[in-house]
Ligand binder design. Structure first.
Ligand code: HEC
Length: 168
């Protein structure tokens, strides 16, 4: 029931027409997560400093690993973070709802290819509401070292901050 709800929500929100050919300097294309609007919600986060609502979603491999309580994610696991600005629900102002997509970013496990960054490859695509287009974040793979540096804080959790949210 809950899952069906989240699924419907994400399908409704996902921005249609993502430029799947855009490629991050880490060699990862946006298209790697094609169909992500149908993946599983791992958790939602709210960043008070950025006033941004975030959905963390995962593909089957990532979610299976979470459910098994595994410490390591297997190759092929992908976690996506989607950030939205917020607006008031016109019918109920105390209820804030996602407004404009800000950014889609993801991390994919490929332990051989990305051995220097904990086995994870990172990619970020920033949405510009003015032009209605996505832009690649960063100019070089070096620009992506900051992703790994910060995610190192949670090295013990295989560099993943988000825990799977309980559904009961
Ligand atoms: C300064 C710290 C910091 C940097 C830099 C950073 N992240 Fe994160 N990231 C976080 C935190 C904290 C979370 C979990 C909370 C949240 O969603 O804000 C997170 C969550 C994520 C998630 C969801 C999985 C998880 O670990 O919870 C993805 C995917 C992700 N980040 C990708 C990236 C990418 C790609 C970059 C670089 C372009 C990046 N991050 C840079 C702190 C950081």
């Amino acid at each position: 029931m809950r899952k069906a709800f989240f699924g419907a929500l994400l399908t409704g929100l996902a921005f249609a027409g993502e430029p799947w050919d855009l490629e991050a300097p880490t060699g990862l294309k946006f298209g790697l997560i094609k169909g992500y609007e149908n993946w599983h919600v791992v958790a939602t986060h709210f960043r008070t400093d950025k006033n941004e609502l975030r959905y963390i979603i995962g593909n089957d491999k990532a979610v299976e690993a979470y459910k098994k309580g595994m410490k390591k994610f297997p190759d092929g696991a992908i976690l996506v973070k989607i950030g939205y600005s917020l607006k008031k629900n016109p019918a109920w102002e105390a209820s804030l709802e996602p407004d404009v997509i800000q950014r889609v970013e993801f991390m994919v496990k490929d332990s051989k290819r990305f051995k220097d960054t904990g086995g994870w490859g990172f990619a970020r695509f920033v949405y510009d509401a003015k032009t209605g287009k996505y832009k690649v974040f960063g100019k070089s793979a070096q620009d992506y070292m900051q992703c790994f540096s910060c995610h190192k804080l949670v090295e013990k959790k295989d560099y993943v901050f988000t825990d799977y949210v309980r559904r009961r």
